[in-house]
Write a protein that binds this ligand. Structure first.
Ligand SMILES: Cc1cc2nc3c(=O)[nH]c(=O)nc-3n(C[C@H](O)[C@H](O)[C@H](O)COP(=O)(O)O)c2cc1C
Length: 493
């Protein structure tokens, strides 16, 4: 059997085809095949098609390529630049540290920023020096630390203005109530506040303070003013405060979250998946035995969360359905937290329709048939209780085999400890998936909970071996493939 691949559909035609396919519960391939049939049998007229690729004879010639001997895939790799985490490479960040207890977290943030290739200059307020030493900051940034507005060496060429202008982003971590109040009122009585008033670069604040300070009407007013002035902020979150016995909202966003916010602000990459929606599952599920015990697995959620982030960076509208994990939510993604397989299924159903569905979560195959209301007690002389299990819903299979409103692309992960490819191929067929990303999760591979993954992408057309990559790189490579998938339609002829 031969197939044709339609490439370079313009975005208007692609969108039109996608909408039609979604409306009729078809994949894009099925919809395009139907359209050809209907055109051929004059069931629809040429006028029913959108202007665009269908119009131009030269486009037609360039865009439709005859293929032999393959079924519906493979799809060619995308022509857009591959996705990577290089947003921060070579970027200049001016970090202002003000005097809050959370200042120590700056040191971790500096490490993460430098790992990604950012150059960091730092300004510390006098109060900040009470919390972290300029020596630590200077050692980690490999730059001198600035703190004096009236520095004779720096101000001969109005150094505070230079510092405020040469950065790609001005970051205030932590941002004290005091410094934000000064910003809101345009005060400039030290180097940090003078820079913040003089800068014409984007500013991101990570406020951190006692909950009473955060709730104070003055702080609320100041935050509103700063937002109106176009200043960005992340956090604070809720949780325990450094002060003993205090809890509430005021805790600074974690360095990882701040990093994601910075990447989102500086990200100028193209958005090839703009207009598409995606639902991703991630992490383990927990199946209760009694109120204190459960069945689960070692999934950390790192792979699923990384994919959600990469899809969002490529412009997709992403819903992440996550089991219990201890990693931060990816920024800009709508997150639904669940515990059990049943809850995960319901959350996925609610997130549909979507163009893309990717099932990364390690969903428990079984759950205890009964969930005891009270903790099961050990009794002397009694043998341990027998656990009777029942099957959990198979979320991937349910979605992959849908006839109506099936996402255009359904991807499953196969976690195997032996015969990875054989089991992956069986899964592809049984679950109705377009692609299976099979990986070896035997303990010696270190995939579950670890940072790396070695993927075999199984599709109807064969098996692609990917090298060992970290989980974010796996995510970018997958997104690159997804971009390729939506760039073209392959039809069996
Ligand atoms: C132990 C201690 C912890 C503090 N933590 C915070 C804090 O988390 N957030 C905050 O806004 N102020 C905090 N302050 C108060 C600021 O240090 C104080 O308002 C200072 O003037 C801020 O100066 P700056 O904004 O120039 O850095 C703390 C003070 C002390 C003594």
């Amino acid at each position: 059997m031969a197939s044709i691949t339609i490439r370079k559909l313009d975005s208007k035609t692609k969108q039109w085809l996608r909408m039609r396919a979604a409306k009729n519960g078809h994949s894009m391939e099925e919809e395009a095949r139907l359209l050809f049939d209907q055109l051929q049998s004059n069931e629809i007229s040429r006028q029913a098609l959108p202007a665009g690729n269908f119009d131009s004879p030269s486009n037609k010639a360039a865009g439709v390529k005859q293929k032999t001997n393959s079924k519906s895939t493979p799809k060619a790799p995308s022509k857009t630049a591959p996705f990577s985490s290089e947003v921060l490479a070579g970027k200049n960040i001016l970090l202002i540290i003000s005097g809050g207890i959370a200042a120590y977290k700056c040191l971790i943030l500096i490490r993460r920023l430098r790992e990604r290739g950012a150059r960091i200059k730092t300004v510390m307020t006098r109060a900040a020096e009470q919390f972290v030493t300029p020596m630590s900051v200077s050692a980690l940034t490999a730059e001198r630390v600035y703190s004096d507005l009236f520095d004779r060496d720096d101000e001969h060429d109005v150094g505070h203005i230079r510092l405020s202008r040469e950065a790609d982003l001005v970051l205030v971590v932590p941002a004290t109530a005091n410094l934000m109040a000064k910003m809101a009122h345009g005060l400039a009585d030290d180097l940090a506040s003078a820079i913040l008033l003089a800068t014409n670069e984007p500013v991101l604040l990570a406020p951190a303070m006692n909950p009473m300070m955060w709730q104070h009407p003055a702080t609320v007013r100041n935050m509103r003013t700063l937002a109106d002035d176009g200043i960005y902020s992340i956090g604070p979150g809720a949780g325990e405060m450094a002060e003993s016995g205090e809890a509430g909202t005021g805790r600074m966003a974690e360095p990882e979250e701040i990093l994601q916010a910075i990447e989102a602000m500086l990200d100028q990459r193209p958005k090839p998946l703009k207009g598409l929606s995606a639902v991703i599952t991630s992490g383990p599920t927990r199946e209760a035995i009694d109120p204190v015990r459960y069945l689960s697995n070692h999934s950390s959620g790192k792979q699923g969360h990384a994919i959600a982030l990469a899809l969002r960076e490529a412009g997709a509208d992403v819903t992440l359905v996550s089991g219990p994990v201890s990693i931060p939510n990816p920024l800009g993604v709508s997150v639904v937290r669940v515990e059990t397989a049943e809850e995960m299924k319901q959350a996925v159903d609610q997130a549909l329709p979507a163009d893309i569905a990717i099932f990364v979560a390690a969903v428990a195959d079984w759950r205890p048939a009964a969930n005891a209301d009270e903790k099961i007690k050990k009794a002397k002389g009694k043998s341990p209780p027998a656990l009777k299990l029942m099957e959990n819903p198979d979320i991937l299979k349910g979605i992959g085999n849908r006839t109506k409103s099936r996402p255009a692309l359904v991807v499953g992960f196969a976690a195997e400890t032996q015969d990875v490819i054989t089991h992956g191929k069986t899964k592809l067929e049984k679950k109705g998936a377009d692609w299976i990303l099979a990986n070896d999760v035997s303990p010696e591979a270190g995939v579950m909970g670890g940072d790396f993954n070695t993927i075999r992408l199984i599709s109807e057309s064969g098996v692609e071996d990917w090298p060992k990559l970290n989980k974010q790189q796996v995510a970018y490579r997958l997104v690159d493939k997804i971009v390729g998938f939506f760039d073209e339609v392959v039809i069996e002829v």
